[in-house]
Design a protein around this ligand. Sequence first.
Ligand SMILES: NC(=O)c1ccc[n+]([C@@H]2O[C@H](COP(=O)([O-])OP(=O)(O)OC[C@H]3O[C@@H](n4cnc5c(N)ncnc54)[C@H](OP(=O)(O)O)[C@@H]3O)[C@@H](O)[C@H]2O)c1
Length: 294
Amino acid sequence: MNKPLIIVTGKNGQLGWELQRLHYQYTHQFNFLFVGREELDLSNIQSITTFFQQHKPFYFINCAAYTAVDKAEIEKDISFNINALAVAELAKQCAIINCKFITVSTDYVFDGTKNTPYEITDTTNPLNQYGYSKREGELLAIKNNADSIIIRTSWVYSSYGNNFVKTMLRLMKERESINVVSDQIGSPTYAKDLANAIIQIVETLAIHGSQFTNNIYHYSNDGIISWYDFAKEIQSLSGLHCKVNPIPSSQYPTPAKRPFYTAMSKEVISNNFQLKIKNWKESLKECLAELGYL
Ligand SMILES: NC(=O)c1ccc[n+]([C@@H]2O[C@H](COP(=O)([O-])OP(=O)(O)OC[C@H]3O[C@@H](n4cnc5c(N)ncnc54)[C@H](OP(=O)(O)O)[C@@H]3O)[C@@H](O)[C@H]2O)c1
């Protein structure tokens, strides 16, 4: 019997890379095809149509995105093309061939004015171009494919690629002290945990079909912290000698405005798909161990 084909975009990104590492455990159940920019350039809508003429997946997991939050303030059109228009086309092509479309979005769709975790039903109001392009991608995905699954996540890191954890480790080795913002609150996400969650979601869909009515889900590790708390834990676990100072966002101006609070409730995703969500410290330890610090 033919195994269902899962196509994953963004194979060279943090999440795509973690899915690649994980997929070996699932090759008895699914066939996989991982694609990067070379195989499927999302800035070229026509190439998406052509791609779907050649491939007929059962599940399509979109891990590719324009993720340079500050640069997006200048590259408005490019970020919108990749995060909104390409997502719309992927969703549409999946609907045509009855393929389940899963795409990843961001906590930056929220304006951060709440002080309790955001629910999937909460109003979005992105403060920056990246958040806006991702929110438009969510809306267009649902418009073009009512069965789309959108997983919003936050503060993604991995032992692979560029991220806050690796930047902190580098700076802590280079400097005697660093300043980290303490008034932006959210939850880190170990890309490996999110990759596991996505595979578990696909497995559940493969067994139970599309009985789930939600389009939007939230996923991160458990725990609500500031970037400063995150940096302090990285420093303490790694044993690097560097003083970490808390500063307000006003002392660290960036081209893109960031929301102050973006913790999200994961109740719906964990209940629907029976996911056990790890605490952020546990996952950070795992990543640091992989990087050779523990
Ligand atoms: N990173 C975070 O902190 C964060 C936070 C919230 C949500 N998210 C979301 O989580 C998802 C995964 O993020 P990530 O951290 O894994 O991102 P990432 O490491 O930045 O990887 C993104 C990937 O997208 C690819 N890509 C960009 N433009 C493309 C194009 N035109 N055509 C094809 N591929 C293209 C990149 O390819 P190249 O390698 O060739 O550049 C890269 O491999 C994204 O949807 C992101 O928006 C991330």
